[in-house]
Design a protein around this ligand. Sequence first.
Ligand SMILES: [Zn+2]
Length: 115
Amino acid sequence: MHELSLAAEILRLVQASAARDAFSRVATLRLEAGALAGVEVSALRFALDAIAPGTCLDGAAIQIDQPAGRAWCSGCAAEVEIASRADPCPVCGGAPLRPTGGSELRVLDLVVQDD
Ligand SMILES: [Zn+2]
């Protein structure tokens, strides 16, 4: 499952920052999974829950923002909102569009829990 390796990557990032900033527990982890990032949010949440026990993410509240996909249409020079990379331009029907936003999976914020 794709999301399991993404969850492992996120855990690695969090553990690296736990080592750097000397904390052991995360209270809240906020992620961004853009509509064009190709991430199934429910599967990612499930995968994070599965790997959290015994790590610094154990018991952490996980929030996942899902910004809409944005793209630039070279046909009509419009900045448009799309739900998938395969969508044609909603203004002129042209394709392909060049994604300009909502294609990332990243850690937005991490709130540390005091022991
Ligand atoms: Zn267009």
